[in-house]
Design a protein around this ligand. Structure first.
Ligand code: ATP
Length: 551
């Protein structure tokens, strides 16, 4: 066969494959829609409640018989009789009121006209799911009668107002310096209009410095609000969550015991990785995040306390020692680079200088009942309210000494577009335990293989040098006398390296929720089940939109 003929055959094969893939995708989409419809019908049957209102509206161009119950709105086409007796099959529709976030009266108005206008009917603003994303959608019910329309508008409003988990007044913190400095723009463009439509009042603080959120939360009247929203990256989220737990401790006058935060937290992602947001939304999308907040989707979440010896306790979700800490320390020194470049630079440089840390690692395995919670995620919410390591005595500490390339402790799965199943896929938001991932000394190529598998389907822990445990507490004590700053200065002839916290003696960089913290001594990490509620839901896997090309 000549070369052009071969090329033609190849092209045909490619077109065929593309067609097949397209058909497969279409089939999958139809399946998903069918499943969704079946779910809705099931939901409606489950709530076969009494009808609140019944009336006729046009949906599209056809007249429909519309029914309103406490939880659903259904519309069935009115099929006119034809002389031939032919029946046209028209599909009924249904909307769950829990997905509706605003109702407005529709009138025909000329440009610039502020009031009056011919009555058109009501518009229902609702949320539709597309994969992990939540999107805004509108259902128009047309009827020219003002009385009819107002009766329906009032009834719909009343039903929606009765959904108690939805916030009415929110405190919003925006970090204007996050990632590409787009947080204010993201909030104004994608979130504020939705909050306005849902009649949510907001009280906004644009933060001016690190620690600003904490100082506002310490002083403000929390009972005025139904929730607090953070527009920023993981550092901002961690600061807000820490502040709320800290405030709960202050209010309870109980400095020894972590107290549950009194308000839920909404996260509008505007950072560079956004693992907390991704772990409760599955995507980095401000509209999805805003709709979870508006609809009051609440998810309880475990937190950790990080207590370095001689320093104050800090509450957060994840801590990385060794590779994760060193890599962040290198990135922070190059703030002048764009965030993706400095992350890639730091990753490559830290891999090139890969070295283990001699340390003592102790952990307390999670109680079996707690681990089981991970497998039975839908169990009641009121379990394990604040059982802060009660029964700690039942399990005993395991202590090891060795050389570790990396040690991570995470109380949430830490999903991201780079690691769709998460950095800690074997924990969940409410498992009551944290995932300890300890990577012992190994060759660079083996360590890279381990890292790469976080981005692929599985097998990241199937190496002899990696061990994972479900834990309720961990202690990490570095044994080496050379801290990172000293080592870095020696490497690069740089004497200006200034750690965030400058302790006495050798200091080691930690990555705590994406923030660099330098600590010289032992750190005790404890898990506190369901310490905070976040707006969102449990997500198995995040949507992956990026791939890391640097390793
Ligand atoms: N106006 C401000 N200027 C400088 N830093 C601020 C300001 N407001 C808040 N901060 C602090 O900036 C830190 C980092 O913020 P954030 O995590 O939102 O951004 P990021 O680091 O770019 O994102 P990511 O953590 O996803 O990489 C937080 O600790 C926060 O307290």
């Amino acid at each position: 066969m000549s070369e052009p003929e071969e090329d033609l055959k190849e092209d045909k094969k490619k077109v065929c494959k593309k067609k097949k893939n397209k058909e497969k995708r279409r089939g999958e989409k139809m399946e998903e829609e069918k499943r969704e419809q079946e779910e809705q019908v099931h939901e409606a049957e489950k709530h076969s409640e009494s009808v609140i209102l019944r009336g006729i509206f046009k949906v599209g161009k056809k007249s429909h018989d519309v029914l309103l119950t406490q939880t659903t709105l259904t519309w069935t086409p009115i099929i006119p009789e034809t002389p031939t007796g032919e029946v046209t099959a028209l599909q009924p529709g249904m909307l769950l009121l829990r997905d509706v976030f605003a109702v407005k009266v529709k009138r025909r108005r000329a440009a610039g006209q502020q009031s009056g206008g011919a009555m058109l009917g009501v518009a229902l603003f609702c949320c539709r799911r597309r994969g992990r994303k939540l999107e805004e959608d509108t259902l128009h019910l047309h009827n020219a009668s003002a009385d009819h329309t107002h009766t329906w508008y009032n009834a719909l409003k009343e039903q929606i107002a009765g959904i108690s988990s939805r916030p009415r007044h929110l405190k919003v913190f925006i970090n204007p310096s996050s990632h590409k400095k787009e947080a204010v723009h993201i909030y104004r463009e994608s979130v504020a209009p939705l909050f306005k439509m849902a009649d949510i009042r907001t009280d906004i603080t644009v933060t001016e410095r690190k620690g600003h959120t904490l100082s506002v939360i310490k002083e403000c009247k929390l009972d005025e609000y139904n929730g607090v929203v953070c527009v920023g990256g993981d550092g901002s989220v961690a600061e807000l969550c820490h502040a709320l737990v800290f405030r709960a401790q202050l209010d309870a006058n109980f400095p020894e015991k972590p107290m549950k935060a009194v308000l839920p937290v909404g996260i509008i992602p505007a950072g560079s990785t956004d693992v907390v947001s991704c772990s409760v939304h599955g995507v980095r999308d401000p509209v999805t995040a805003a709709l979870h907040i508006i609809l009051g989707h609440l998810q309880q979440v475990d937190m950790c306390s990080f207590s370095p010896v001689g320093q104050s306790v800090h509450f957060g979700f994840s801590a990385m020692f060794g590779f994760g800490g060193r890599s962040l320390a290198r990135a922070e020194k190059r703030r002048w680079m764009t965030s993706s470049r400095r992350r890639e630079y730091a990753l490559v440089k830290t891999l090139a200088k890969l070295r283990p840390e001699e340390c003592e690692l102790s952990f307390l395995p999670a109680k079996k009942s707690r681990q089981n919670l991970f497998w039975n995620r839908d169990q009641g919410d009121n379990q394990e309210q604040d059982s802060d390591l009660e029964g700690e005595g039942e399990a005993s500490w395991t202590t090891k000494q060795g050389q570790y390339l990396s040690i991570s402790v995470m109380s949430i799965p830490c999903l991201s577009p780079h690691a769709p199943r998460g950095l800690a896929p074997n924990t969940s938001l409410t498992s009551g335990s944290a995932s300890l991932i300890a990577v012992e000394n190994a060759s660079r190529s083996e360590f890279i293989k381990h890292l790469k598998r976080f981005g692929s389907s599985s097998g990241e822990f199937s190496f002899s040098f990696v061990e994972t445990h479900a834990v309720s507490a961990v202690k990490i004590r570095p044994l080496s006398m050379t801290g990172f700053s000293k080592e870095e200065s020696e490497e690069e002839g740089d004497s200006k390296s200034t750690p965030i916290i400058q302790p006495e003696g050798a200091a080691f960089p930690w990555n705590i929720d994406g923030e660099l913290v330098e600590i010289a001594n032992e750190v005790l990490i404890r898990v506190h089940p369901r310490l905070i509620s976040l707006y969102g839901e449990e997500v198995e896997e995040a949507e992956s939109t990026v791939s890391c090309s640097c390793i």
